[in-house]
Design a protein around this ligand. Structure first.
Ligand code: ATP
Ligand code: MG
Length: 346
């Protein structure tokens, strides 16, 4: 049993946590709910996300497809309206400043500048015919029309920073001439153009093969150290997160259900869903046994069951799990879990 649980004491409520975590963190998210506009009305897609990212910290967000990882990332850079979405409840504090409700003009001073963003599938978003140098110049000059020698020097500096060899040639090449790994490095370079304090990477390695993936993860870890930058990385793959993050946050069906240090979660997850994710990992599977898969499917957005959203697939669910609202996160030492039975079933 993890030591934190033994010394857990009385669990604190979600509300208390939000109050104490707000001090001194780069990013403090508390009680955030996100809804999308649909023809039938607003549909919630993320509920009561509460977490923090300290300066220089690295938070990994894991969860199956549709769990809300990308929507949560978009809330942090103010692009939800592009998807017909908005934060309906809660607070997102960036260095003490409230971001919820910020007008678009104010977002422009934060998005890309203070918080860098590498969107999901962003490699495919590179212009296939515009030279790499021109695309990076746009990021460096931040849309200004006048581009000077300093901007051009910064482009070369960025390509060096992401370890792209032959930077002087690469500036005149197009995305089509680069490998997948090199394209991803270009996208990361663009996100670093304004020297952000936090870099959000949404599934940065999903489309890449294993060796290239390892190279990108090492790059992100090195950049974090060299630039003294915080990182938030989403992935459906725990192994990716464990490579470079200090904390893991698990999402299931729009809810944050576990947060803990990478070593602690690895040593013994507090939520049965995180446990199931660990047991279904391909990279650590015992080749002599069949791979464990999580039975059933996650519920579709808006069709969440009453009670804990995971109960229909949970091997330890009891009657209390099947009624009421999605259970709130409770703290156990430095760790958090939304499982009503945390501490009982381990
Ligand atoms: N572009 C979009 N327009 C409208 N609804 C969307 C859009 N993208 C996602 N959604 C809705 O929001 C919910 C959460 O999706 P989100 O993309 O945040 O999940 P995710 O965890 O990032 O999944 P994945 O691992 O597939 O990237 C989805 O179930 C879907 O209903
Ligand atoms: Mg996503």
């Amino acid at each position: 049993m993890p030591s934190d649980l033994e010394t857990a004491g009385t669990p604190r409520s979600d509300h208390d946590a939000a109050r104490t975590d707000a001090d001194g963190d780069l990013l403090a998210v508390s009680g955030v709910r996100i809804a999308l506009r649909r023809r039938s009305g607003e549909v919630p897609v993320v509920e009561t996300a509460t977490f923090t990212v300290p300066a220089n910290g690295a938070l990994g967000v894991v969860g199956e497809s549709g769990s809300g990882k990308s929507m949560l990332s978009r809330a942090l850079i103010g692009t939800l309206p592009r998807y017909g979405g908005r934060v309906t409840h809660g607070s997102i504090r960036w260095q003490g400043r409230e971001l919820v409700g910020l007008p678009e003009k104010a977002w422009r001073t934060i998005r890309g500048r203070e918080i860098g963003y590498v969107p999901q599938s962003s490699m495919a978003g590179l212009n296939p015919i515009l030279p790499i140098g021109e695309q990076l110049l746009e990021a460096v000059s931040n849309g200004r029309r006048r581009v000077d020698a300093e901007h051009r020097a910064r482009v070369l500096e960025l390509l060096d920073l992401v370890r792209i060899p032959r930077a002087k040639q690469v500036v005149s090449e197009t995305a089509d001439q680069l490998s997948g790994g090199m394209r991803q490095r270009v996208v990361i370079a663009a996100a670093l153009a304004q020297r952000p304090k936090l870099l959000i990477l949404d599934e940065p390695t999903t489309a890449l093969d294993v060796t290239v993936q390892a190279g990108i993860l090492k790059l992100v870890a090195d950049l974090r150290r060299e630039l003294g930058m915080a990182v938030m990385l989403t992935s459906h793959d725990l192994a990716v997160i464990e490579t470079i993050c200090d904390k893991i946050m698990t999402m299931y069906a729009g809810a944050v259900i576990e947060i803990g240090g990478v070593g602690d979660v690895r040593g013994g997850p507090l939520h049965p869903y995180t446990k199931a994710l660990m047991e279904s990992r391909v990279d650590q599977a015992d080749p002599t046994r069949d791979l464990v898969t999580i039975p059933g499917e996650p519920p579709s957005t808006g069709n969440w069951p009453p009670g804990c959203r995971f109960w229909p697939r949970c091997p330890v669910a009891v009657d209390a799990c099947r009624v009421g609202d999605q259970p709130a996160m409770r703290s156990f030492g430095q760790r958090w879990s939304a499982c009503l039975r945390t501490g009982e079933w381990l």
